[in-house]
Design a protein around this ligand. Structure first.
Ligand code: KE4
Length: 429
């Protein structure tokens, strides 16, 4: 496998871009080696600048439910691009997307479009603080909600991967207002709520965590959070940036049967373009400027080009809910094949999967929380990652991430991946 041009580009990139990348988790820091630079992608495949082809399980970190460059999104973009990319003024497309989101997610009575998951979660917390008049929030160790300061305390994803769960630059006051609960431990939440009576504006959670690796919230825990928030006047925010339209047509709130007060979205709802959204109860959302005093804004929020891509993706989901059964079958087939391989190799690493998001943890303990997730052997993961890469399988370059299966992953792709998995695991054990 030739990767000369990738390496040249990375060395050049480091002169102009911090760490040579525009998002840290892409940098291969935790797995070693240099990141691969890509040139094109279609369906389940990506091609790098040296002409190597890979089966892609990152899917741009979640957006590509339908694989890369699905025709129905490309056609929508081509049609719109001639008419206008961004107006900085309202367009019918924004109404269509907002209306469709409220039809597809029952808890969304009103919604505001933004440009990333971070903007969505950051704005949802500000709205909850404005609505309740309270300052504090509870987040959970290992959950990642984007890079707003008050989230970068014991965060997951890249922050955890690089061993800096609490980032420099986060002020003491920010940290003081962010309380940290233990995922799947309701007692830890009850303790924080009792110690901070009437001071907590919101509890924000990934209802199915993807950023400590995949860890599903347990029923008693997530229903207990709902009860606590209802009793204490705390806004329950489901961060569905990753799980929204990924784990079910109605997202994690549909799958788990728990209704949040606010939900945040990103990734899939942009069809691959920069779109985020937050929405929920009308009485809360109407606190947002210009209908209310809580300020939030964005130059490119709801821009027509992003809206047509997002609308095309959402409409495809709405018209074809059967894709989730297809994704379940594909993903279960891959998991089962991997487990068969581990049985042959006499290993029992934990695989956590919720529909088409999955993590192989290099630990033989069941993984149900942050502590068990971080018992994984990240060095072994790094070696495994490169063995798979050398066989043309592109996995997330970090243990504490989720991989994603798309509707475009064929049985041949999955069979080839299972074979590569066996050879790669054998090579590193
Ligand atoms: P963005 O600002 O990256 O669009 O979304 C932040 C975010 C918020 N909430 C959840 C649950 C998320 O997973 C994310 C972003 N996910 C990471 C992958 N674990 C994005 C990849 C990256 O940081 O490059």
């Amino acid at each position: 496998m030739q990767i000369n041009k990738s390496t040249e580009l990375f060395n050049e990139a480091k002169n102009y871009i911090p760490g040579g990348v525009n998002s840290p988790v892409r940098a291969f820091k935790s797995v070693g080696g240099n990141p691969i630079f890509f040139e094109s992608a279609k369906g389940s495949k990506m091609k790098d600048v040296d002409g190597n082809e890979y089966i892609d399980y990152i899917g741009s970190w979640g957006p590509h439910l339908f694989g890369h460059n699905p025709a129905f999104i490309i056609d929508a973009l081509k049609h719109q691009i001639e008419k206008g990319i961004s107006f900085g003024a309202p367009s019918e497309l924004e109404v269509q997307v907002a209306k469709l989101l409220t039809e597809m997610i029952p808890s969304i009575e009103m919604v505001r479009m933004v440009n990333s998951g971070t903007e969505a979660t950051m704005s949802a917390v500000r709205l909850a603080r404005g609505f309740t008049g309270r300052d504090k929030i509870i987040k959970f160790e290992g959950c990642y909600h984007g890079h707003a300061e008050f989230f970068l305390i014991k965060a997951g994803s890249g922050a955890l991967t690089f061993g800096v769960p609490t980032s420099p630059g986060v002020t003491k006051n920010n940290a003081a207002d962010t309380l940290i609960g233990d995922f799947n431990n309701l007692e830890s939440v009850k303790k924080l709520v009792n110690e901070n009576k009437n001071q907590i504006a919101a509890i924000i959670i990934e209802p199915v965590a993807g950023n400590m690796g995949v860890v599903r919230s347990e029923k008693d825990f997530i229903t207990g959070l709902r009860d606590i928030c209802s009793e204490e006047g705390i806004v329950l925010i489901f961060d569905e940036v990753m799980t929204g339209f990924r784990v079910a047509a109605g997202g994690a709130q549909d799958l788990l049967g728990v209704t949040p007060d606010l939900s945040t979205y990103g990734k899939i709802i942009g069809g691959g373009l920069s779109v985020g959204a937050f929405g929920g109860k009308k009485e809360i959302m109407e606190m947002l400027s210009p209908s209310g005093p809580v300020y939030q804004a964005g130059t490119l929020s709801g821009n027509p080009l992003a809206m047509v891509a997002g609308y095309a993706a959402l409409r495809q989901i709405n018209r074809h809910p059967e894709i989730y059964q297809q994704l379940e079958e594909k993903s279960a087939y891959l998991q089962s094949g991997m487990e068969d391989c581990m049985r042959i190799l006499n290993r029992n690493f934990s695989i956590n999967r919720v529909n088409s998001m999955m993590t192989l943890f290099f630990t033989e303990k069941p993984v149900r929380d942050f502590a068990s997730a971080t018992s994984s052997d990240t060095a072994l993961f790094g070696k495994f990652f490169h063995e798979m890469l050398s066989r043309g399988i592109y996995l997330p370059p970090a243990q504490y991430e989720a991989l994603f299966i798309s509707v475009e992953h064929s049985n041949d792709d999955l069979d080839y991946t299972i074979k590569a998995f066996y050879e790669s695991l054998k090579a590193v054990l």
